[in-house]
Design a protein around this ligand. Structure first.
Ligand code: GLY
Length: 353
């Protein structure tokens, strides 16, 4: 596996150059309803696509990351003569790159995919690293495959139209990447003022953030070991996210991850000696930008049960990734229930909920 993410200064020349150098019989494009309207025209002009004959569009939103949409994509590819020598270009957020990646992984046992992420979350996380899949049987990402895209083109110009909440959502994964990498990256990410957005600087932060993920995925593409570092903040974070759905006040994924980072940094402090000073800095930063997630002690058992069902677990253990310091990663940590509940207390106390 090679590095395959291009941070574009000029999407036009980079995408044109890449496609011209690629040998394929047909190019298919996948969008959702939103990216069809706002992003596809840019790509159509760049690639000089004459008609929309090879464009397949699915409904937007994570609830449509399902078997029905997948079947729609498979049928489209099949009806329009896609072969193993075809290419599928996925344009969209994580929902589109996940399902398009999985369609590519499975159609005729695998056709090449190219990702063009249009959200910050997809740019720094979902579109990179080859995790693909759909929700199934009421469970998120229950069916999928590790399948690397041929290339990922990141153009921060697409991010200019994102609202603050979606920027914050992607930024949580950038905080995670900084925490698991180095003091230098930590300083640059946690000093950035999200509310006075400087896109030039954000572009550089995105580049560094993606580099952290790429390095890890290159070492361990199928999450046998060090890739588990990318789950930091996500064991508690996924439980917060699921609880928010049960309460019918859904959190965007990255907002749940930000809350999860707070709880898991507390566990890191308690169990691995993560420095209290840095824990306080991170909590202060997250409090400044992210709204509190409101829950109370009556939710603790539900949150704990949700963690026991996390697909990252092995056997009966809830599997955590913790940190002994910035960049000092401890994978496969088992944490007793009492401490996990304390980490929920810590979040609530920190956010005054
Ligand atoms: N989102 C975590 C990973 O790709 O491994």
């Amino acid at each position: 596996m090679d590095k395959n993410v291009i941070i574009c200064d000029d999407l036009k020349s980079e995408l044109q150059g890449f496609m011209q150098g690629l040998s394929y019989d047909k190019l298919f494009v996948l969008t959702d309803e939103n990216t069809k309207r706002y992003c596809y025209p840019v790509v159509r002009d760049i690639l000089g696509l004459g008609s929309d004959a090879s464009l397949v569009t699915i409904q937007a939103g994570d609830t449509h990351k399902n078997l029905e949409s997948l079947s729609q994509i498979w049928a489209f590819l099949s009806d329009n003569g896609a072969t193993r020598h075809s290419v599928l270009l996925n344009i969209g957020g994580g929902m589109v790159t996940d399902i398009g990646g999985f369609a590519g992984a499975t159609f005729k046992r695998g056709i090449r995919t190219v990702n063009l992420p249009t959200t910050l979350m997809a740019s720094v996380d979902a579109a990179v690293g080859g995790k693909t899949g759909i929700n199934f049987n009421g469970l998120k990402n229950e069916v999928g495959a590790f399948y690397q895209p041929l290339c990922v083109f990141i153009d921060c110009n697409f991010l200019k139209t994102l609202d603050r909440e979606n920027i914050l959502s992607g930024y949580a994964e950038m905080m995670k990447h900084a925490l698991i990498s180095s003091m230098e990256r930590y300083a640059s990410v946690f000093l950035y003022d999200i509310d006075t957005m400087n896109f030039g600087y954000l572009n550089r932060l995105v580049e560094q953030s993606v580099a952290v993920k790429e390095e890890i995925v290159l070492q361990d593409p199928k999450e046998q070991g060090i890739r588990k570092a990318l789950n930091f903040g996500h064991t508690v974070g996924h439980a917060y996210e699921s609880l928010s759905f049960k309460k019918q006040a859904p959190l965007l994924h990255g907002h749940a991850v930000a809350a999860g980072l707070v709880s898991e940094l507390y566990l890191s402090y308690k169990l691995c000696g993560f420095p209290m000073g840095k824990l306080s800095q991170v909590v202060a930063y997250i409090k400044e930008y992210y709204s509190p997630f409101v829950f109370d002690c009556n939710d603790y058992e539900t949150l704990y049960q949700l963690m026991t069902h996390d697909k990252k677990n092995e056997g009966n253990h809830i599997n955590f990734t913790l940190l002994a310091n910035i960049g000092d990663i401890r994978i496969n940590q088992t944490v007793e229930k009492e401490k996990i509940l304390e980490s929920l207390d810590f979040y609530r106390e920190s956010f005054g909920v």
